[in-house]
Design a protein around this ligand. Structure first.
Ligand code: F3S
Length: 424
């Protein structure tokens, strides 16, 4: 790979051993990908956690050991320097303020707190969310980034027009120290153009419909790039957050376009790759099939657990849930957990939403989610959720049945303990 003088100097160790290890990793990674050079990045979103059992023995030796091994892929222990570029922590496995409620031991939460203190002081902003774009990390069109987390990556590429591949813990660790990532995949402009036109026949409006459409889109195009047309009601942040998360779960969508809405699609032609592209139609039958696929795992209508906030809820969604719960009571056999970024949890506390949710018997949580933390309330057999992504993963990860529906249907399930949702 071709290196600049500065990159060569980092590789040689002129800027310290950690950056040398980081450059070594990036070169190995870049060569494996067939990249010819690196590209400058100023925005990194990855993970620097320590709470899981596999990581704790390394943290016991030292946080530098943990960082070297898992963020730099280095058996040589190097001192962890300050991040070189703006860097944030994505979602991880533990809500350290509610670990007991979630059945996570104090010891695990203590490891996580230690990691947050250590890496926070070295420039990793502890946003602790899969939606950093909801709490101030909003890269601009054309900006090269190094992000992990499939739902964040597709939002970054498609909605913001910034450029990232789906990175890993090691590559984001190295990018944070060097401000570099291999130039390939979605960093290259021609790789960002649409491969399929996907026309919606049923109206796509609201979170549930965008989730169903995303779930179908992922199955229809796999890892390709759909250009969405048809009966699309003007989407907002929350709709597109759910569309992307669903499409990255049933398939591997990392980029899509909506002519007239997303920044790299001023029109249909401009969004499409020149030459052959396939035209697909999302029909009423496809919508029905997506809904059935997301609900097939549930064998009982008795709901033990209602989960909202995948991807992490916007403050507007927390407000909506609070209004639906106000003056009501969650069923005695049902748990209600709502997840939002920590910064928005603080806003919800100030706004009084948390109090309303808790008075109803629900809980507002942050930093993690059931799929990432691998935790559901004890004894859970059946879950209800408004998230296609969570409904896709929880049956496989936790062995539970899932109902997928609207926020209102999920809140009704929390209040009554019964699932009565369905397609309108
Ligand atoms: Fe975020 Fe967890 Fe969903 S990482 S997108 S809340 S599965």
């Amino acid at each position: 790979m071709k290196l600049t003088d500065h990159e060569q100097a980092m590789l040689q160790g002129d800027h310290g051993p950690a950056k040398a290890r980081a450059m070594d990793l990036l070169l190995r990674y870049g060569r494996a990908l067939g990249a010819e050079r690196l590209v400058e990045v100023r925005n990194v979103a990855g993970t620097w956690n320590a709470g899981s059992p596999a990581l704790r023995p390394y943290a016991d030796e030292s946080m530098d050991r943990l960082f070297s091994k898992f963020n730099l892929d280095s058996d040589e222990v190097v001192e962890t320097p300050q991040a070189e570029v703006y860097t944030c922590q994505l979602i991880h496995g533990i809500d350290t303020r509610n670990n007991r409620l979630m059945g996570v031991p104090d010891e695990a939460a203590d490891y996580q707190r230690r990691a947050e203190a250590f890496f926070g002081r070295r420039g990793v902003s502890m946003f602790n969310t899969c939606t950093p774009y909801q709490v101030g990390n909003v890269p601009v069109k054309g900006e090269h980034c190094a992000w992990m987390e499939s739902s964040a990556v597709v939002y970054c590429n498609a909605v913001l027009g910034a450029r990232t591949n789906t990175e890993g813990r090691e590559s984001t660790g190295a990018a944070s120290l060097t401000g570099r990532i291999p130039y390939w995949g979605f960093h290259v402009p021609e790789n960002r153009l649409g491969t399929h036109v996907l026309e919606a026949e049923p109206e796509v409006r609201g979170i549930m419909e965008w989730g169903l459409f995303g779930y179908h889109a992922g199955e229809a195009v796999g890892e390709d790039i759909p250009v969405l047309t048809g009966r699309l009601h003007q989407p907002g942040l929350i709709d597109l957050k759910h569309f992307g998360a669903a499409g990255a779960s049933s398939g591997g969508i990392e980029m899509y376009h909506i002519p007239g809405t997303t920044p790299e699609a001023p029109g249909l032609e401009a969004a499409l790759r020149p030459g052959a592209h396939e035209r697909l139609v999302y029909t009423a039958a496809d919508r029905q099939r997506a809904w059935e696929n997301l609900n097939h795992s549930a064998s009982s209508d008795d709901v033990d657990f209602v989960m909202l906030g995948c991807p992490h809820n916007a403050i507007e969604q927390v407000w909506t849930a609070a209004k639906l719960l106000d003056g009501r009571r969650v069923h005695e056999n049902t748990e209600l957990w709502i997840f939002t970024p920590r910064a928005l949890k603080d806003t919800a506390d100030l706004n009084g939403y948390t109090e309303v949710i808790e008075r109803a018997g629900g809980h507002l949580l942050s930093d993690t989610c059931p799929a990432i933390g691998r935790v559901v309330p004890k004894g859970t057999r059946t879950v209800a959720t408004d998230s296609a992504k969570q409904a896709h993963y929880l049956p496989a990860i936790m062995g539970v049945g899932c109902h997928f529906g609207s926020v209102a249907q999920c809140v009704e399930a929390a209040i009554t303990g019964r699932w009565r949702g369905g397609l309108a």
